[in-house]
Design a binder for this molecule. Sequence first.
Ligand code: PLP
Length: 425
Amino acid sequence: MQKTNKIDVLFDQNHIWHPYTSTENPLPCYPVTKAEGVYLELEDGRRLIDGMSSWWAAIHGYNHPALNHAITNQLNQMSHVMFGGITHRPAVDLCKKLIAITPPSLQRVFLADSGSVAVEVALKMALQYWHTKGEIRSKFLTVQHGSHGDTFAAMSVTDPNNSMHQLYKGFLPEHIFAKSPEIGFFENWDEADFCDFHQQFSAHHQEIAAVIIEPIVQGAGGMRIYHPMFLKRIRELCDEFGVLLIIDEIATGFGRTGKRFACEHANIEPDIMCVGKALTGGYMTLSATLTTEHVAKTVCEGEAGCFMHGPTFMGNPLACAVAEASLALLEQDHSQQQVKEIENIFADRLPTLRTYPAVKTVRWLGAIGVIELHEPVDLAKIQQQFVEQGVWIRPFGRLIYLMPPFIIQPSQLHHLIQAIINIIR
Ligand SMILES: *Cc1c(COP(=O)(O)O)cnc(C)c1O
């Protein structure tokens, strides 16, 4: 056993899996000892400006006094208690806030452990809904380039190429994938963009339990930002044929796109909505699946008499307490204005990057900025170059993207953008 205070990076390399990383040929990992505000601090003392919000989550920045207070306060009361037959203030207070800020028709909250599980819950709700109605509907309709998580049902509605469906063939249920939207958020709408979806829907609607889609921004499947009319058209079709609409706001929820929830850009309400990631301000894993009175009632009127799901750590009080505090911050602070300022800087600076030969295109919305290159990056090399410039940016494939904590200062955001320019130049 090593007895120094240094993080045993070699042990990590020899024994610990990291996300989407080979054990045989692992990419380097950077030891982080502290995170504060918009900075990640490496073990060697270097401070990096965080451009990732730890994958959409840390919207208020790290080590936030109000969030620290909420979680330590709760820790001294109770860290966990089972949710079967028991309730507690953190869960009640959080769900009150969630119901208040989400679309008005969503009145029933299911608390789950992670985004993927929230998606599982949503899909199961839709299946039980149709079971009660006496119809067998086992298909979901979605679009290409989507991303809904890594568990099996979530993966089955995630882009088949990105999640390598062929690896799990024979085990993974096969659902229906329409062409993904091509028209960008700020471009002019063209009905042709909806043609394929419309056709798939028309051909299969009697077997479709629900449509599932990420609203406005397709995240891990390619950071694509699409036109709100696409979502509006989906809602219209679902209404016309009584098909449920599941909106996955796990990445987009809580202000990231400039609206509190991205579905607000299209002025629609889903039948089922998943939230996660930024729910706890990036402190802990927690997710929620919200649905309407009608769906909940139908699910529970069925053969089972209840919804068939109940995770061990459901409604974890620590996670609920910090989530409630994070939502309170969203109400009080200037996050909407901060996101607007971030968006203005993206709108001002990103278009100029189109002139670099390595850049294919750029796009942005709210506190999301995306630079798409012609060629995939060499991740190990580019990561090191970013760290040397004092920034934490983690590209994937051909995409370099920024989704900083909302509290980032303009000068810090300019630093992030300049670091990208220095590399692509
Ligand atoms: C990240 C993500 C998920 C999965 O959430 P996990 O907490 O990683 O399980 C699902 N849907 C979307 C849109 C996501 O961005």
